[in-house]
Design a protein around this ligand. Structure first.
Ligand code: P6P
Length: 308
């Protein structure tokens, strides 16, 4: 575990095994390296697309590729059995370790060069083999984390024992504990892409309106930024299904489940419209799901209206 992140190590003591501390430390260190690359990208000619498309059928940005290589290198640890990345079509089999690391190396790519982007990690114990013949669920998460490369650059780390927020200290290149024991405040903001309303089935429209009642709108196009706002100021983030995407856009293993775990560990709630996202069987690496996370009362209003 890199000595330069003593606050992270101290916060995790007694909460997760040493191997998971090492995984989170590797993620944190890669985040520091990626932050520097993002900051200098306009000057280094690193903006723009590669001309390729990924398994998600999305145009790949140069920085998507760079971030993916950084996290693949950082997380290829002896006790990691497999890596699953948004940017990799198939799981990367590493050996017989006890953990599977699933990550979105650069979340919010459409914001590159303009506003916040992020990275997301889920550390799963005992996940089924690479074929996912035996359904795994988000309940197998032993830790989850995300970084928001914004002002300030912030990392959120969750284990069963709770959720802590760290702020990047440029003076010494370390992550400093800034927001210990985060608990989701009462709902204040509603965060959703309202332009999709014409595509929402009637129950989704009713559920979004019910969850958003009395709240103010904020939506950045970068889930990690919107989720960080919910964690710190209260509210609800929603990316529901619609007529063009029956399971929504977000992916279970490296977006939906890690964010759902973080929100539930912070005293909030998660839902796919019917149940906690952590209880939904996962049977393929890039499986998608609707995601509603935030203050428990707002998520419950969504679920009740969605299920009628
Ligand atoms: P839309 C970024 O690509 C992302 O996965 C999330 O970070 C973000 O919340 C969402 O997609 C934005 O999608 O359809 O609103 O542009």
């Amino acid at each position: 575990m890199p000595a330069e992140h003593p606050d992270l190590v101290a916060s995790l003591q007694g909460r997760v095994p040493a191997d998971v501390v090492a995984i989170l430390g590797a993620f944190a260190a890669a985040g520091v390296r990626l932050r520097a690359a993002l900051d200098s990208a306009p000057l280094d000619g690193m903006l723009g697309a590669t001309g390729e498309t990924n398994v998600q059928h999305e145009a790949t940005q140069r920085l998507d590729d760079l971030a993916n290589e950084m996290f693949k290198d950082a997380l290829a640890l002896p006790f990691v059995a497999r890596l699953i990345s948004e940017e990799e079509t198939e799981p990367i089999e590493l050996g017989d370790g006890a953990y599977t690391c699933c990550f979105d190396p650069l979340d919010g790519s459409s914001n590159i060069g303009v506003s916040s982007v992020g990275s997301i990690l889920g550390v799963y114990a005992g996940v089924a083999d690479g074929t996912f013949a035996t359904p795994a669920t988000g309940r197998q998460l032993v830790a989850a984390a995300f970084v928001v490369y914004g002002l300030p650059t912030t990392m959120v780390v969750a284990t069963e024992g709770g959720v802590d927020g760290f702020s990047f200290d440029a003076a010494d290149g370390s992550w400093r504990l800034a927001f210990p024991a985060i608990r989701v405040p009462a709902a204040k903001y509603t965060s959703i892409n309202w332009t999709y309303r014409p595509l929402w089935p009637a129950n989704v429209a009713a559920a979004v309106d019910a969850a958003s009642e009395g709240l103010r709108g904020r939506y950045s196009g970068s889930m990690v930024e919107d989720v960080l706002r919910v964690l710190q100021m209260g509210g609800v983030f929603m990316y529901p299904e619609d007529s063009s995407a029956a399971n929504g856009k977000l992916r279970m293993l490296y977006e939906v489940c890690p964010i759902g775990m973080i929100m539930e560990a912070a005293g909030g709630a998660s839902s796919n419209g019917a149940q906690s996202v952590l209880d939904v069987p996962v049977t393929s690496p890039h499986q998608r799901s609707p995601l509603i996370v935030g203050a428990a009362d707002a998520v419950e209003r969504y679920r009740a209206a969605h299920e009628g």
